[in-house]
Design a protein around this ligand. Structure first.
Ligand code: PSU
Ligand code: MN
Length: 304
């Protein structure tokens, strides 16, 4: 086992016995939602995974240790610290490990730790992608490169249109990352079920999704797979309302010269402010929905 890795005993036991485990990220806790809804959601997501027969493993770096599975007090600690915790993507892990510091892991960093621990399925809300204007800024999330190189199945609700969804799909195609639509032919756009862009393939059951991922592993591909699961109808938002908020947030980020790893948290926070509590409720519900699908898919993978 890696010298920087700590696997929570409950998670290690499930993995050793071939039982389903689902990884969860922690940037969504520290940077994606406000206190106390962030902690409440993190616990509710873990409960949802258990209700679907799998063991949750929320991932973060605590005191320089890569944690595959957090205790409740550790989740609460990251939730309370919020944006004061280092947002940790691939390039941040070595420095945090060397210095013995804390970090909340993005999709990319969570995939790395999940793979080190032997966890194959990971549930989150939205992934990072190619930002609008990337043809000038070159702002492309490290999440996409990670999907190309690390063998984890990531279940999300698509990507927010803070990103250029068309370019995000092109990048994933170039990198050979299969993009599944769960019970849909269209890429969902996080708050809405539709985006106008088609996915690469469709799966209609957890078994079908698990079979595709198992085949990818059997072919020896280095990378992962992305499953996009539309937000439940009753929680989906009015596209006109959400898109107006997103357009305004993107314009403000350009005016204020927001750069680098601050861009995504800035946009997420502004969209939330501009749409009030509605977008937060939708965000919570779609994460729960993804957790359920990820747990069912992890269970289906264990049966193959
Ligand atoms: N998109 C969301 N919610 C999030 C994130 C993205 O809708 O919480 C977080 C995830 O942790 C994701 C990260 O991995 O932001 C991407 O950041 P960046 O664009 O800086 O790579
Ligand atoms: Mn970026």
């Amino acid at each position: 086992m890696n010298r920087y890795l700590d696997i929570k005993p409950e998670v290690a036991q499930a993995l050793a016995e071939g039982r389903p485990v689902v990884a969860l990220e922690s940037t969504i806790i520290s940077h994606g939602m406000p206190w106390p809804q962030n902690a409440e959601t993190a616990f509710a997501v873990e409960d949802m995974i258990r209700a679907h027969g799998a063991v949750p493993a929320t991932i973060a770096i605590i005191g320089g240790r890569l944690k595959a599975g957090l205790e409740k007090d550790e989740i609460e600690y990251l939730a309370k610290k919020g944006q004061a915790v280092t947002k940790a993507s691939r390039r941040d892990l070595p420095v945090l490990c060397a210095r013995g510091e804390d970090g909340a892991t993005t999709v990319a960093a969570t995939m790395i730790v999940a793979a080190l621990a032997g966890i194959q399925v990971f549930a989150t809300g939205g992934i990072g992608g190619v930002h609008r204007g990337a043809e000038v800024t070159m702002d492309i999330s490290a999440d996409l490169e990670e999907l190309a190189r690390t063998p984890v199945l990531v279940v999300c609700a698509g990507a927010k249109s803070i990103l250029d969804l068309g370019l995000t799909l092109e990048y994933l195609e170039t990198k050979g990352v299969p993009v599944c639509g769960y019970q849909t032919d269209e890429l969902p756009a996080f708050y809405t079920r539709v985006s106008g862009f088609g996915v690469d393939f469709r799966a209609d059951s957890p078994a079908e999704l698990a079979a595709a991922f198992a085949a990818q592993r059997a072919l020896g591909y280095p990378g992962g797979m992305l499953c996009t699961n539309p937000i439940p109808e009753e929680w989906s938002m009015d596209p006109a309302v959400i898109n107006a908020a997103i357009d305004q947030a993107v314009a403000e980020s350009v005016e204020q010269g927001v750069k680098g790893k601050k861009v995504t948290p800035f946009l997420l926070a502004r969209v939330k402010e501009l749409t009030g509590g509605d977008s937060l409720q939708s965000n919570i519900q779609l994460v729960l929905n993804n957790a359920a699908l990820a747990a069912d898919t992890a269970a289906a993978l264990c049966k193959l």
